[in-house]
Ligand binder design. Sequence first.
Ligand code: XMP
Length: 180
Amino acid sequence: MRAHDVKEILIDKSEIAQRVDSLVDEIISDLKPERLLVVGILKGSFMFLADLMRSFHRHNVHPRIDFLTLSSYGSGTISSGTVDIIHDLRDDLSGAEVLLVDDILDTGRTLAFTKKIMLERGAKSVHSCVLLDKKAHRSVEFEADYAGFAINDHFVVGYGLDYDNLYRELPHIAKVGFHE
Ligand code: XMP
């Protein structure tokens, strides 16, 4: 494994907090939040999802919540190209208005796959919300309905995102530098 270090901060925690609130404003004005089933894609979305839910609370709305654990990355920085369900939802999806929440949209495979499954299982609607949108490696046609920040082609960590399951605890988004 190459040595790596967490480099500069790309998005600091106050920018994230402001953007989370404005995303929730958008979601509430577009969708009926009291009908929403928020589905967090683990592990990467856990911090973003918790902050979104706190913001929903400040807006006095009470969405339901469930989790799906997926894996498309091994232990490195390159997508394996397939998406596996490691832990499935508990809730019944028939008629549900789903808001999928993920940390980052990259190739698009994870969200395209998940949206398809949710609709096949009877969800009435499926919208998606990501903190980061990295357009450089898109391999399937997919755009998020709500995206916090567009970023260039960096591997990033923090605020739930990891390198080899490390750095998820950082309160900001940082770039990872690699050297031999
Ligand atoms: P896809 O390619 O399916 O990717 O759109 C979504 C998942 O890929 C992971 N991912 C990253 N994880 N830093 C990370 O820590 C990154 O820069 C990065 N880019 C993609 C992430 O797990 C996401 O849910």
